[in-house]
Design a protein around this ligand. Structure first.
Ligand SMILES: Cc1ncc(C[n+]2csc(CCOP(=O)(O)OP(=O)(O)O)c2C)c(N)n1
Length: 398
């Protein structure tokens, strides 16, 4: 049997059309974590609004083999796509900047797996993972971050501004905390329209301060908006350790002050993230208002760029503001092998089938790199296109 046949067969086995998909238990997942042990820290700190007479699901039992395999594949896509960016940059074939998300994949995938295409996400400067998890096109993303004319923003935006309104992606964003305002603003729009969509904003531990968060959180709580704020606590704000600038250990407790339910979750445990996000999304869809979820995690690379990184090696070592030992400890909690071990132990797929998925993702990432490389750069004379509205702008009646 050649490799293509093998992959096709593996896919058929993984996604049986006729048979009922196998579901898995959360307990088995925690057991499968083995020495990492990690059961998620998961508690409520806030004054929760209850969903109006609707039951709220807080379990992952309903996930099918197909969904679980999709989640694993998306985590690999993020890891390998960003690793490709790092390798391209170190080889000198990359024009642009990037804040890598590697190490934090379980958050984007756990959260976005609970959303539909119509739901909104507002992303950050470290947002490639959010976009891939929401269905963003890896070819167009790579073309954009290398400033090619056929990229998502025609090469004008680069990494920090990738947007796809067809997928509900309100955009990556270089202004720390602005994602919360955009997400809460979108949630306000949803409330006005009366649909059952939700809006999610991602933000780092550095985003949970200042007027941006204050305005967004306060409005969302006051108006009961369908807003979910995901705080990715990767322990650092640029080179500043979180514990040096916050007296509290769990940032989710800040949600209390706004009357929002706050939860803390192991951000390297994709099912724990899914579980918490699923609860928050169902609550929001059913009129239960906002939730803040703090996900504890770690970024493997430098704040931005590729200092301390090498081709063919994961992680950035030798950075002055953190120890290599700390990095190694977090790399041992890598969310991807943790999830793979669980999926193998649950017989969602075999080791061989997981190798095939890896190979497929590798090929897709290589294709994205070849695609981006072949794309033209924007023409200098087109510099002012798409900047100004053409012709007259009609006045809106109030
Ligand atoms: C309003 C604003 N203030 C300051 C900056 C500079 N800045 C860029 S990234 C960053 C730290 C962000 O840390 P965090 O929110 O924890 O996200 P992480 O980079 O760790 O994912 C800062 C202060 C900015 N971009 N926007």
């Amino acid at each position: 049997m050649n490799r293509e046949d093998h992959i096709a067969e593996a896919k058929t086995e993984l996604c049986p059309k006729e048979k009922e998909s196998k579901t898995v238990s959360r307990r088995t997942f925690i057991q499968s974590l083995g020495v990492i042990g990690a059961g998620s820290v998961f508690f409520s700190t806030g004054t929760a609004r209850q969903a109006k007479g609707q039951s709220v699901s807080t379990n992952v039992e309903s996930l099918s083999k197909e969904q679980l395999t999709g989640m694993y594949t998306d985590m690999l896509k993020i890891r390998l796509w960003e690793t490709k960016i790092k390798d391209l940059a170190l080889k000198g074939g990359f024009r642009g900047v990037a804040h890598l998300y590697v190490g934090e994949e379980a958050i984007a995938v756990g959260v976005c797996s609970t959303l539909t295409k119509d739901d909104y996400i507002a992303s950050t400067h470290r947002g490639h993972g959010h976009l891939i998890a929401k269905g963003g096109d890896m070819n167009l993303m790579l073309a954009e971050i290398t400033h090619k004319a056929t990229g998502y923003c025609k090469g004008y935006g680069g990494s920090l501004h990738i947007t796809d309104m067809n997928l509900g992606i309100l955009g990556m964003n270089g202004i720390v905390g602005a994602s919360h305002l955009m997400g809460a603003g979108a949630a306000y729009g949803i409330k006005v329209k009366g649909t059952d969509q939700v809006a999610v904003s991602f933000g780092g531990d550095g985003s949970i301060q200042g007027s941006f968060f204050t305005s967004a959180a306060n409005s969302a709580a006051t108006y009961g908006l369908p807003w979910i704020s995901i705080i990715e606590n990767n322990q650092y704000q640029i080179w500043v350790r979180c514990s040096d600038v916050y007296a509290i250990k769990d940032l989710a407790r800040r949600a209390d002050g706004y009357g929002i339910e706050g939860r803390v979750v192991d951000g390297n445990d994709v099912l724990a993230v899914y579980d918490a996000a699923n609860y928050a999304v169902e609550k929001a869809r059913n009129g239960g208002g906002p939730t803040l979820i703090e996900c504890k995690t770690y970024r493997w690379y430098d704040h931005y760029g590729f200092r301390g990184a090498k081709i063919g090696r994961d992680g950035a070592f030798g950075l002055g503001y953190r120890s290599d030992r700390e990095l190694r400890e977090w790399m041992a909690k890598d969310p991807i092998p943790r999830f793979r071990r669980f999926l193998v132990s649950e017989k969602v797929f075999t080791e061989e089938q997981s190798d095939d998925i890896l190979q497929e993702v590798k090929e897709a990432v290589e294709k994205a790199a070849v695609f981006a490389e072949a794309q033209p750069v924007p023409k200098p004379e087109d510099g002012l296109l798409n900047v100004f509205a053409q012709g007259s702008v009609p006045l809106h009646k109030t």
